[in-house]
Design a binder for this molecule. Structure first.
Ligand SMILES: [Fe+2]
Length: 170
């Protein structure tokens, strides 16, 4: 379950309903899909083959189709970041630069953890700490950045409206 942390006060929202209510108030879509249906062989596998990535997408096909119809997402893929990723630190340096996109940025956390830091509508920056099973959609034009947590790894499904809409505007 996702947690929210405010940068200015270091306060957390951890209660499931309170997290959902806060993110709704910010127009950030949050859904909990869970990962119970995931084949255990696909967990903690940070070097998945293309076939295994497809297996991950197939596992969540129903949820992906449902949200894609609602939000006009057209494509999905799987991204993996870990210490096995070439030049991970260099990539992270880029991810922590504040930016926005012209489309929603949608991620479903399959394994590991990730943080989306988002500039809220009231000018306060907050983190959304994602755990396996969490889906987030950062609305278009919201300033934000991404980073990993202490485990320094994540497997996530990305959903796109258009590939061009996901280019970062710094
Ligand atoms: Fe982004």
């Amino acid at each position: 379950m996702a947690k929210v942390r405010f940068h200015d006060t270091n306060e957390y929202i951890e209660d499931r309903e309170a997290v959902q209510a806060f993110l709704n108030s910010q127009d950030v879509i949050y859904e909990y899909w869970g990962v119970d249906q995931l084949d255990p062989a696909l967990r903690n596998n940070y070097a998945p083959t293309d076939a295994e990535k497809q297996q991950i997408l197939d596992t969540f096909q129903k949820e992906i189709l449902e949200i894609s119809e609602r939000r006009s997402y057209t494509t999905a893929d799987v991204i993996v970041l870990s210490d096995k990723t070439p030049e991970l630190d260099k990539k992270l340096e880029n991810f922590v630069k504040e930016h926005h996109h012209t489309d929603d940025e949608v991620r479903f956390c399959v394994d590991g953890h990730g943080i989306f830091a988002i500039l809220g509508t009231d000018g306060r920056y907050f983190d959304v700490e994602l755990s396996p099973g969490d889906l987030i959609s950062v609305p278009s034009s919201y300033r934000h950045y991404f980073t990993l947590m202490e485990d320094r790894k994540i497997i996530a499904i990305r959903l796109f409206v258009t590939p061009a809409g996901w280019e970062a505007i710094y």
